[in-house]
Ligand binder design. Structure first.
Ligand SMILES: C[S@@+](CC[C@H](N)C(=O)[O-])C[C@H]1O[C@@H](n2cnc3c(N)ncnc32)[C@H](O)[C@@H]1O
Ligand code: SF4
Length: 431
């Protein structure tokens, strides 16, 4: 009840809306052209919705990998790229992120083809960042990943104790995953990111301390550490008691995250996003946090200036739509100016720092005039620092940002993704 109220207040405060309604309206080609007329650069996201096995806690859109489906999916994604080719023209793409699901399931069934097509059709001006599964990181596969031009790799490691890997149903041992990390690091990527989860059932503070030190010793360039969340529509969420915000749980997360913060700072890493620590001097591995992005694939989301839209989550419906010459957009929402400003600020703060001048450049408004009072209050509370030119999030600010984010996003993600998984073409979703 309390969390519900906080959520409503946060939504109202951040967006100025009582609710956000996504509807089945598909933006027209003309509207999309207009959007891109105003855009100098954008990020591209490609969703690979396949995994070899489905983990019980995982909220993402995915299904069991089948080679024949992956091959049809490849053709559908290429059609989607072709659809956007005239709309996007030669606008620069300044980040390409391949996520999932597990992108490395398609290493030998279409991924190379899709990346080549992206390079042929779009104006790609950036490195490629991709997620991977530890079981796919043989020496041969790693060379293949490199030869595809992927220079930033993320590995879903999750835990460094067999007991925890078992709880999470991860299909490898600690020794195996350590070897996979070692092989990836010695391959020469610009950045190897390791994903771990904490606040796992029964995990102790000593264990999280050992995990942090082990990751530093192994030479991970970046570590992204997420607390384990229970999404109500996942197997773990359905069977366990879902209480992501219980006081004890929040305190445990906070203490564990502090332990990790200390270990990474002492080892010379710096915070590069709310969740991630990157070794100094290494370019950070990042998912889509660029201000504007286009999403390809089943459940790919696009965030343009005036509109946010989401493709259907169903892989078969996605393929069918594109094979029949239709777009796969299932839901969209027009973004008011206030929503655009909040969205922009949210992602910049998520990256832990931004220049005030960038806000002025993007919205033609002085940040201090619009948000000066709030910034002063937040600085007074020690949540951020305003040095006149930059806004810098403090560690305390990062913790509270993700606490607020959890309260908003876990519920909204559950509603939006949960509905989209049940119904490929929902009429309406109200957040
Ligand atoms: C798409 S997965 C990573 C790539 C690959 N599919 C794998 O599992 O190895 C992205 C990351 O999200 C995080 N994640 C997934 N489910 C989560 C949950 N319920 N709570 C917190 N983090 C989660 C995990 O750290 C995971 O590595
Ligand atoms: S955690 Fe990774 S491997 Fe597991 S189901 Fe989710 S996307 Fe697939």
């Amino acid at each position: 009840m309390m969390v519900h109220l906080i959520r409503k207040l946060l939504l109202r405060f951040v967006t100025g809306e009582r609710e956000i309604a996504l509807t089945g309206r598909v933006p027209s080609r003309g509207e999309l052209c207009e959007e891109f007329d105003n855009i100098d650069a954008f990020g591209l996201y490609l969703h690979v919705p396949f995994c070899e096995q489905i983990c019980p806690y995982c909220p993402y859109n995915k299904e069991r990998y089948r080679r024949d489906v992956a091959e049809r999916y490849t053709d559908a994604v290429k059609r989607e790229i072709d659809f956007y080719s005239d709309i996007v023209g030669k606008t620069s793409i300044t980040s390409l992120y391949i996520g999932g699901g597990t992108p490395t399931t398609m290493l030998h069934s279409g991924l190379v083809d899709i990346i080549e097509h992206i390079r042929d059709v779009f104006n790609l001006q950036c490195d490629i960042h991709m997620e991977s599964h530890p079981n796919h990181l043989s020496a041969d596969n790693l060379s293949k990943i490199m030869s595809m031009g992927i220079e930033h790799l993320s590995i879903g490691v999750e835990a460094l104790l067999d007991r925890h890997l078992k709880t999470l149903c991860r299909p490898y041992t600690v020794d195996e995953v350590r070897e996979a990390i070692g092989r990836a690091i010695s391959q020469g990527f610009k950045c190897v990111n390791v994903d771990v989860m904490f606040a796992l059932p029964g995990q102790t503070y000593e264990e999280i301390e050992q995990t942090g030190h082990a990751l530093v010793e192994m030479g991970a360039d970046q570590v992204a550490a997420y607390p384990l969340f229970r999404f109500p529509y996942t197997r773990m969420g359905r069977t366990g008691k879902v209480n992501n915000y219980g006081l004890l749980q929040v305190l445990k997360r906070r203490r564990m995250f502090r332990i990790l913060e200390r270990i990474f700072y002492e080892a010379g890493y710096q915070r590069t996003s709310v969740w991630a620590f990157t070794r100094r001097g290494v370019p950070r591995y990042c998912s889509v946090t660029v201000p504007l992005y286009l999403g390809l694939g089943a459940s790919g989301g696009s965030y343009l200036r005036g509109v946010f839209y989401l493709n259907t989550f169903s892989v078969s419906e996605y393929i069918k739509a594109l094979e029949n010459g239709r777009m796969a957009i299932a839901l969209s929402v027009d973004l008011s100016e206030r929503m655009q400003r909040s969205g922009w600020l949210y992602w910049r703060i998520y990256e832990t720092r931004f220049r005030k001048a960038d806000y002025q450049e993007r919205f033609g408004k002085d940040l201090d005039r619009v948000y000066g009072g709030y910034l002063k209050l937040l600085a007074l509370l020690g949540l951020l620092k305003d040095d006149g030119e930059w806004i810098l999030l403090s560690d305390k600010g990062a913790f509270w940002l993700h606490a607020c984010q959890d309260i908003l996003s876990i519920d909204y993600v559950s509603k939006l993704w949960g509905t989209s998984k049940r119904d490929p073409w929902p009429e309406k979703v109200i957040l």
